[in-house]
Design a protein around this ligand. Structure first.
Ligand SMILES: [Fe+2]
Length: 305
């Protein structure tokens, strides 16, 4: 296992210095990001002149708690009413005091396990020192008896794995853990981020011969077909921020390169698998949301019959 980790870290360290995104479909340029940032600066100017900027920031800080019941006919009986706290896209340095807002919301909730689906900082490169303290604040507020499991996103670095481990978060890198209750157990598989850092190891980790009820954690919806083909029951992801800046009715302006709109936000189905794309807690690009709110999601798993 240690050898696998070393090989992964070496590969990802190279990919992180690459000017290309490593995607399933091949290499794609990251250069659109600088053009995108220039457009955002213009948009910020418009928002400030029109007086909408402050309202957008208020929206971004107004994180909602969403409770969702999910029914599965093959849920092991011991896991009936099992609760999963799902946090995504914390981008914890994207808004002042975001760590306090999230921690306070979490304090009122009860759950068995917590999962995080990537993007812990605002930047996509450089040191992550500035997020250490606010991340610890959030993690310290999570009281999950079965642990905290996470995956990396495209804003993250492989160097975070050791730090997250030290503060109590187990980052799953193309690997599976099992949670046991009585005679029953469920599997949680976490892959490395497929948006910038796709490797075949992510596919292989979803292709293990595991017959338990199983949950996939992936930063983006991109591996939905692989997980569904391998009989995953639940697929949890984020990355899209639900569009972040949407038209009235929550219609996203930017779809983050996901052509099928079903993956942009909320519940979706693929074959027998249930998927959920979280709109995330933080923001990226500019610290505003419109017609869209950040979310902390609490799932309750229910057996059928
Ligand atoms: Fe992301």
């Amino acid at each position: 296992m240690l050898e696998k980790r070393i090989i992964w870290a070496t590969t990802r360290s190279v990919l992180e210095t690459n000017k290309y995104k490593n995607k399933r479909s091949g290499e794609r340029s990251k250069s659109h990001w600088s053009l995108f940032e220039r457009c955002l600066r213009l948009f910020v100017f418009f928002l400030k002149v029109s007086g909408l900027y402050k309202k957008g920031m208020q929206n971004a800080r107004n994180i909602k708690i969403k409770e969702i019941e999910l029914e599965f006919k093959n849920l092991p009986p011991s896991f009936n009413n099992y609760k999963i706290l799902h946090l995504s896209d914390l981008h914890i340095d994207s808004l002042p005091g975001l760590d306090n807002i999230i921690s306070k919301k979490i304090e009122s909730l009860n759950y068995d396990v917590c999962v995080l689906t990537g993007d812990y900082r605002r930047s996509i490169s450089g040191s992550f020192k500035s997020i250490m303290r606010p991340m610890k604040k959030v993690i310290d507020s999570i009281k999950a008896k079965d642990g905290i499991y996470a995956v990396l996103g495209n804003h993250d670095t492989y160097l975070m794995v050791e730090y997250e481990d030290r503060i109590g978060v187990k980052i799953l890198v193309n690997e599976t853990i099992f949670i046991e209750k009585g005679k029953d157990k469920i599997a949680i598989t976490g892959t490395d981020d497929p948006f910038y850092y796709f490797t075949d190891q992510a596919i292989m980790s979803l292709d293990e011969p595991i017959n338990n009820f199983k949950i996939a954690l992936v930063h983006t919806p991109e591996l939905y077909d692989v997980a569904a083909d391998n009989n995953y029951n639940l697929y949890l992801c984020g990355h899209t921020h639900g569009g972040q800046i949407c038209l009235p009715g929550g219609i996203p302006i930017i779809t983050h390169q996901f052509d099928d709109k079903k993956f942009i936000k909320g519940l979706w189905k693929e074959k027998n698998m249930t998927g959920y794309t979280s709109p995330g807690c933080g923001v990226s690009g500019i610290p505003v949301r419109f017609n869209n709110f950040g979310e902390i999601t609490l799932f309750t798993l229910k057996g059928k019959g």
